[in-house]
Ligand binder design. Sequence first.
Ligand SMILES: NC(=O)c1ccc[n+]([C@@H]2O[C@H](COP(=O)([O-])OP(=O)(O)OC[C@H]3O[C@@H](n4cnc5c(N)ncnc54)[C@H](OP(=O)(O)O)[C@@H]3O)[C@@H](O)[C@H]2O)c1
Length: 214
Amino acid sequence: MTTIGILGAGRVGTAVARQAMKAGYDVKIATAKPAEEIRMIVDIVTPGAQAVEASEAASQELVILAVPLHKYRTVDPELLAGRTVIDVMNYWAPVDGVIADFEQADLGSSEVIQQYLAESHVVKSLNHIGYHELEEDDQPSGAQGRRALALAGDDARSKAVVAEFIDRLGYDAIDAGPLAAGRAYQPGTDIFNGSHSAEQLSALLEAALQPSHV
Ligand SMILES: NC(=O)c1ccc[n+]([C@@H]2O[C@H](COP(=O)([O-])OP(=O)(O)OC[C@H]3O[C@@H](n4cnc5c(N)ncnc54)[C@H](OP(=O)(O)O)[C@@H]3O)[C@@H](O)[C@H]2O)c1
């Protein structure tokens, strides 16, 4: 895969776009607006990325979903059917407002997104690194103390695609398990609040995913 799609051209979407291009990917990026309306800003903020309609960004095998969580229902699930979707979104009530869908204690935000995108393979990742850090903390594979990022999802093939993507972005990819395991690195958790090597992240995930915690 050489081309990725990104839905959302805000802080996270544009940071992922630049980092992905640095890693050699071609990037198609979209917002809810017509491509023509964002072309100029995309050329300035993410030079080299192609501003497209949301339908074209969503037609790539790997799509990064980087819209504000409270707007998730403005994304058309049909466009993403069959795709691997990295859900970078976080539920943060002070910003998003209280959203009943995400107040269910027994369901992580990405599990709610998976229910909405029922025909897609949702993988939770890139949510626990600041958008500004994404372009600063990358290191080549094998570097001492390389920062690690978790991924969780229910489809093995999609997780392999995402793991390769994370590695190419400059981070160790740690498989946390099924999508429900993503609750271990939502806002408010130790993992969310820090920066960790693969060894540290694996230990934190193991502790957080003890049966009594999930
Ligand atoms: N800030 C961080 O460091 C960080 C890190 C990891 C994850 N996150 C999470 O990532 C998500 C995005 O955050 P952000 O700071 O990048 O948001 P942001 O700066 O507000 O950007 C959101 C982007 O989504 C676009 N958008 C809205 N609805 C859309 C739709 N239906 N289809 C396509 N694009 C759409 C917006 O454009 P239009 O409205 O013009 O269409 C805008 O370009 C949030 O859930 C946040 O919690 C944030």
